[in-house]
Each structure stands twice: as structure tokens, then as C-alpha cells.
Design a protein around this ligand. Structure first.
Ligand SMILES: Nc1ncnc2c1ncn2[C@@H]1O[C@H](COP(=O)(O)OP(=O)(O)O)[C@@H](O)[C@H]1O
Ligand SMILES: [Mg+2]
Length: 360
């Protein structure tokens, strides 16, 4: 199309076959091309709408777009590429009236691998990228999120009006540095041993989602109890999760637990987004999770090194500072969040979601 006229329709059709370097889909398939305009002096402006809050290859994509246009339209004087973000979602909470685009479960085969640390830092990292985020602590056996985010507040009940104008009482989540938080720990005393039977668990989780005023969110992260499938089953019945992130440490035994966690999620039909290797480094080794991910055909979402600043910040209730202060671990935590949002968007691009069912 070397001799085509420089106009918007021709520009659009020449760009439709450009393949973006992250999702590896033509722009005509991914729908990232928002607008293309040209003016009298043969200058072109392109607007790309990204489905994720952080896209690692903007400059590479810009160069591809520029080169494609320059080649097809040699008379073109200048191409500017601008980016905007419109986070895509599965509308995960549609079935129970939650206004949440993506609900992500963070799980592990056993306790102590840093599941809560990863869940909380994932939430703050997505918030750091500009997303609206909530965090549910569903680890009934060891709820630790309030401690990690440094809050001692309790949620309050408040009256709201539903869309039919009726007054309903709903729980307002606690806010910890911009993050909306709900936890089992808000409702039981720290030293109170609680034995959860299946129906009680089901009821508590349902309340956390259905009776809580989350508002509009891009991502809701759920810190799952380790191992068992009870809470996962409840969740998969209640909502349409974007998927699960499985956390493990690099040792061989921990990897076996991770495999069990993956199988458990698959059993309850929650798609597994990928594996995170936490506490990666000298003591436990490195790279085991990435290998295991390959065996299981699961994406590797990144590694988080064993690092004293992570332990200090989380144990002192300042985990959000890992993302706002330029500490060594920041880049790793941001990468895990970036990769997680990319994996979610990838599934949506490959298999567009149906609109949520209207509940009458
Ligand atoms: N990458 C890391 N580097 C150093 N300490 C970590 C790291 N990840 C977690 N920890 C620490 O390990 C302990 C267990 O982490 P936690 O997130 O509570 O695990 P889980 O929720 O899986 O039981 C905490 O003291 C936490 O601060
Ligand atoms: Mg925990």
C-alpha cells in the first residue's frame, strides 16, 4: 500500500496488522488502537489504549507503529503515539452485584511461604500503577493483613440505598493508605482460637464480598487460607474470579506444595494465572518455581528475593512503603504485579468475556 493516500482510514488499516510486543496480537484483534488522526501538514497522531495499568514495552510499540506508518506513507512528516489506560476485566463480581473488574486469589500449598506478604504487596503495587484496589484477608487460620498494612481500625456498618431505593446495611472496609481492606482479624480477638466449620466459613466469605461496600475497583486481591479447598470452592461458586496467583519458595518440598495448590485451584475451576517464587536467593536457592511452572504449563510471574527490608516493613505495618520508597525489592514487587495484570488481560484478549448476567 505504498501509494495509498495518507488518510485516517488507510492509516487504520495499515496499523491493524501491527503486533504488540507484550500480548503478541495484531492491534485489530487486541483492540488497543483507539484513534488515528492526521492533519494538513501530514503529521499523524496515534492513541493506544492499554488494558493494563503498567505496560513494559511502550517505546518498542511506539517505534513499531512509527516505522509501519513511515514505510507505508513516506510523505508522513511526524508520528506521535500517546497512551491511555482502560483496565479490562472479567467483571468478576457481576453475579453478586460487586462492581469489581478483576478478583485475584493469592494461594499457597502451605503457610509461611510469604503468601500474605505477596498478596499485600501485589495490592499496593497495582495501586502504585494507578489502579483502584481492595484486599480481602480470607486466611481464617492466620489472618495477618491488618498487621502488615498497619491498621488497628475496625470496619463500621453503614446504611446505603440500593438501586430500588431501599435502605440496606453494609460494611465499610477499613482504608489503609488508600487500600480498602477487610479481614477475619477484625472480627475475632487475636488470641481467640476459632474453629471454622464449612458453613460458617462460607457465610463469612460471602459477607466479605456481598455485604461489603467496596465501591468500584479494578482489582480485588484475596489472601487465601493455605492448602484447603473450602474457601476456594465458596469463591468459585460466588464469583467469576480472574484467576489465582500461587506463591511458593524455591525449595523442593515447597514446590510440591505449590503443585498441590495448583491442582486444588484447577479442581474448583479457578484458572491459575501463574507462580511467584518468594524468598528467592542464597539460602533456599533460586529458579525452582520457574522450572516447576514450565512443567505445569503455568506462566512464571516473577521472583521476590529474600530480603530483610521486606520482613522489616511488613512486620512493622509499613508494607506499602516497599512500593513508594526506592528500596531494592521495589522493582521485583512491581514486576510481579505487572505480570499478573498482563496475564489477566491476556486471557481476556484471547477469550473476550460475556457481559455479566443481570440479576433481577
Ligand atoms: N521475600 C521475603 N524476604 C524476607 N522476608 C519475607 C519475605 N517474604 C515474607 N517474608 C517474611 O516471612 C514471614 C512469613 O510471611 P507471611 O507473608 O506472613 O507468610 P504466609 O502468609 O505464607 O504464612 C513474615 O515474617 C514475612 O515478613
Ligand atoms: Mg498469611
Amino acid at each position: 500500500m505504498a501509494n495509498a493516500e495518507l488518510n485516517e482510514a488507510n492509516l487504520k488499516s495499515c496499523l491493524s496488522s501491527v503486533v504488540d510486543p507484550v500480548f503478541e496480537k495484531p492491534l485489530s484483534v487486541s483492540g488497543f488502537l483507539k484513534s488515528v488522526t492526521t492533519d494538513d501538514s501530514s503529521r499523524v497522531s496515534v492513541e493506544v489504549e492499554l488494558p493494563v495499568p503498567s505496560y513494559p514495552k511502550e517505546s518498542e510499540l511506539s517505534e513499531l507503529i512509527q516505522a509501519t506508518i513511515q514505510q507505508a506513507f513516506p510523505e508522513c512528516q511526524d508520528v506521535s503515539v500517546k497512551y491511555s489506560v482502560n483496565i479490562r476485566g472479567k467483571q468478576s463480581g457481576g453475579r453478586i452485584g460487586l462492581n469489581v473488574k478483576n478478583i485475584i486469589a493469592v494461594g499457597a500449598g502451605k503457610g509461611g511461604v510469604g503468601k500474605s506478604t505477596v498478596a499485600a504487596s501485589l495490592a499496593y503495587a497495582l495501586q502504585h500503577f494507578g489502579a483502584r484496589v481492595g484486599l480481602v484477608d480470607a486466611d481464617v487460620y492466620g489472618p495477618s493483613i491488618p498487621h502488615l498494612v498497619g491498621t488497628s481500625e475496625k470496619p463500621v456498618a453503614q446504611e446505603f440505598h440500593n438501586k430500588d431505593g431501599q435502605a440496606v446495611t453494609r460494611i465499610v472496609p477499613v482504608e489503609a493508605r488508600g487500600l480498602k481492606v477487610m479481614s477475619m482479624a477484625f472480627f475475632v480477638e487475636p488470641d481467640q482460637a476459632v474453629i471454622w466449620r464449612g458453613p460458617m466459613l462460607h457465610k463469612a466469605i460471602t459477607q466479605f464480598l456481598q455485604d461489603t461496600e467496596w465501591g468500584e475497583l479494578d482489582y480485588l486481591i484475596i489472601d487465601m487460607p493455605p492448602g484447603t479447598g473450602d474457601v476456594s470452592l465458596t469463591l468459585s461458586q460466588l464469583i467469576d474470579l480472574a484467576g489465582a496467583v500461587v506463591v511458593c519458595s524455591p525449595q523442593k518440598v515447597a514446590l510440591l506444595d505449590a503443585v498441590k495448590a495448583v491442582q486444588m485451584f484447577r479442581q474448583v475451576k479457578i484458572p491459575v494465572l501463574g507462580i511467584v517464587e518468594n524468598m528467592s536467593g542464597d539460602i533456599f536457592g533460586r529458579g525452582g518455581a520457574q522450572e516447576k511452572g514450565k512443567d505445569l504449563q503455568i506462566p512464571f510471574l516473577g521472583e521476590i528475593p529474600m530480603n530483610a527490608e521486606i520482613r522489616e516493613k511488613s512486620d512493622s505495618g509499613n508494607i506499602s512503603e516497599l512500593l513508594t520508597e526506592e528500596l531494592e525489592s521495589q522493582q521485583y514487587l512491581l514486576k510481579v504485579a505487572e505480570n499478573t495484570s498482563i496475564e489477566i488481560a491476556r486471557t481476556l484478549i484471547e477469550k473476550p468475556s460475556r457481559p455479566p448476567l443481570e440479576i433481577l
